[in-house]
Design a protein around this ligand. Sequence first.
Ligand SMILES: O=C(O)[C@H](CS(=O)(=O)O)OP(=O)(O)O
Length: 230
Amino acid sequence: MEVVIRSLAEGAKQAVGRVAIIDVFRAFTTAAVALANGASRIIMVGTLEEALALRTNGIGQVCMGEVGGRAPPGFDFGNSPFEVSGAEFRGKAVIQRTSAGTQGIVLAEKAERMYAASLVVASTTAKALRTGTPDFITLVAMGNNAVSRADEDELCAMYLRSLLQGKRANAEAVRALILASEEAERFGDPARPHFHPRDLEIALDIDRFDFAIRVITREGQAVAEIERPA
Ligand SMILES: O=C(O)[C@H](CS(=O)(=O)O)OP(=O)(O)O
């Protein structure tokens, strides 16, 4: 089983085999919280227009996501796991648009099987990826806006690789490195109140959830749902 790490939009485009698209801050931490709070599925899209049209047409009921880190006009929720943790989504289809995470999902057209990954679903994602011992796994760290690398996504990719290869994976070391990173500084910065300090706390709660997030293309849409690997 070969495991490779790629990054950013180009990495998502090139990703083959089983693929994990990684976004720790914050898309796939938020997606995991929404699914844990009862969302039946998350439809992941690239543009605001698509998101709003899917809600208008009744394909989904809730728009969640960001542009520049903030909830766009007309959206029901931002891209904040803390904000979403207080919401009840039972039975609702959520539509998510973000600048890095959902862009990676849309770009990874060559994936034979795909997961949306973050640290809150790390162990279950690794378990789902290696089920049946596939030949090739690509881990894609989506970074900031899918154009510049971010420590938390690169470290999550390395952590997943260690889990996949059965090597010692030090969760506390990963947490400490991310907490010391430049990317972590935005949380709690009074100039950027949309990055709530509790977002950081939730995103670094490694293995908070007991499911992986499987993304399947249905009728042209990327649909994310809970998968519990056996
Ligand atoms: O809202 C976020 O945390 C980011 C914004 S950016 O890429 O850091 O500008 O979006 P995401 O797609 O969750 O990485």
